[in-house]
Design a protein around this ligand. Structure first.
Ligand code: MN
Length: 130
């Protein structure tokens, strides 16, 4: 079986490093970008007939420079072939109501930081199984 391809959108270098260690250790292949704009550029590029890489899942930080993770998710959902692509949001915000706003943007699941390895891996495999 091919390694699942994960696209990670994260602007914090330490978090990106942590996520890449966890994912690569667990046998996933990952591509990292630091902005929502870069994520969209990559996703729109894949709309072409010969995508360089098909992503199985996106890990989306919510707090990003430029457009945030919610806006990025909404724009991905507007691309018809990505209507059902699994997107797991990562957020440090545990503010009341913020979780609902994030879910309303169209994410599949939501994980609150600080990131725990076992939680991330469990949620990833649960979402990828569907
Ligand atoms: Mn961030």
């Amino acid at each position: 079986m091919e390694k699942p391809q994960i696209l990670v959108v994260e602007d914090n270098a330490d978090n990106m490093k942590l996520v890449s260690w966890i994912l690569e250790d667990a046998g996933y292949e990952m591509t990292g970008v630091t902005t929502g704009e870069a994520c969209l550029e990559l996703m729109e590029h894949q709309e072409g007939e010969t995508p360089e890489k098909e992503f199985d899942l996106i890990l989306m930080d919510i707090s990003l420079p430029g457009i945030d993770g919610k806006e990025t998710t909404q724009r991905i959902r507007n691309i018809p072939s990505y209507a059902d692509l699994p997107i797991i949001a990562l957020t440090a915000h545990a503010i009341k109501g913020e979780g609902e706003a994030i879910r309303a943007s169209g994410v599949t699941d939501l994980i609150i930081k600080p990131l725990q390895e076992d939680v991330l891996l469990k949620r990833l495999s649960a979402v990828l199984k569907n």
